[in-house]
Design a protein around this ligand. Structure first.
Ligand code: NCD
Length: 300
């Protein structure tokens, strides 16, 4: 990859993506081949927001490459609670590690960090902005299950605040995917994201009912309503629970439909979907390790 930092999916060309996914597939097939490749490398994990998968899979990926991690810990237990600025935290961490993975509630935080840091910064989610490493594992999962050529994908749920959606939609323009966005009116894609997609020549349609497109989809990517980003709890309650899929609804889908979700799920995918052949979200989460190994291997 040509970049020292991974801040946004917009940085990634089709060639970058294909090279990383190919490398991830090689690593998944033979993880032992890279077991000691990055001994003595330290990866800093700075998570200013909750995380299970992203943080643990970066931790696992670095350790499986032979390196180790240093973890800032929760915001409450770090100096952030004493009022330290992000710029200062980053300048300190730079002396402790070789690369930095950052998750932060503010959009643009990773870009800001990259301006102060003399080490590669990886954006692990910046507010409602971007989440490019989730996108890489999403693309890997799509490629394995449905293929990235002639893809018709439905992306459903919180399109306004969902950073995984913003990154994925942009990356899919590299593959000329047909993208159907399904959400309540109040959670449509933000104007800026729609503009960027349009500029990138994306093939986009918007819907309020998943039933209108379900039968034509190769992949249905379901997302959680991002409760923590609603300025008003009442606004959240109006849309909570409205967009939900279950096994009965999926009877109208193609047999080979791949159902994905970045996780965590709340109630937007009923548990009975887990028993169907459509369910791919746990496999998707597992793919985070080889994909992040490939990314670290390329950045370091
Ligand atoms: C996502 C995130 O943090 O944006 N989680 C993840 O990294 N897998 C999705 C979410 O929180 O809904």
């Amino acid at each position: 990859m040509r970049h020292d930092h991974l801040l946004s999916a917009k940085q990634l060309s089709r060639g970058d993506i294909e090279a990383l996914l190919d490398r991830a597939a090689e690593i998944a097939a033979d993880p032992g081949a890279v077991a000691g490749a990055h001994a003595d490398t330290l990866l800093a994990l700075c998570f200013f927001e909750p995380s299970t998968r992203t943080k643990m899979s970066f931790d696992a990926a670095m350790k499986r490459l032979g390196g180790d991690t240093v973890d800032m810990g929760g915001v409450e237990s770090s100096s952030v609670s004493k009022g330290e600025s992000l710029a200062d935290t980053v300048r300190v961490v730079e002396g402790y590690a070789d690369a930095l993975v950052l998750r932060h509630p503010s959009e643009g935080a990773a870009k800001l960090a990259s301006e102060f840091a003399d080490l590669p910064v990886i954006n692990a989610g910046d507010g409602a902005g971007q989440h490019p490493t989730q996108t890489l594992l999403d693309l890997y999962t799509i490629r394995e299950n449905a293929g990235l050529e002639d893809l018709t994908i439905g992306i459903m749920g919180d399109l306004k605040y969902g950073r995984t959606v913003h990154s994925l939609a942009h990356a899919l323009t590299n593959f000329e995917a047909n993208q159907h966005f399904v959400s309540p009116e109040s959670l449509r894609l933000p104007r800026g994201v729609r503009y960027d997609l349009h500029e990138a020549g994306a093939n986009v349609r918007e819907h309020t009912e998943v039933g209108d497109v379900l039968g034509s989809l190769d992949v249905l990517y379901v997302t959680r309503i991002q409760r923590e980003r609603f300025p008003d709890e009442n606004e959240y309650r109006q849309v909570a629970g409205e967009y939900r899929i279950d096994a009965a609804l999926l009877e109208a889908a193609r047999d080979d439909l791949t159902v994905m979700h970045p996780l965590p799920r709340v109630d937007e995918i009923a548990a009975d979907v887990d028993e169907t052949d459509h369910a791919t979200y746990f496999e998707q989460a597992h793919n985070g390790v080889p994909v992040r190994m490939a990314l670290l291997d390329s950045l370091l």
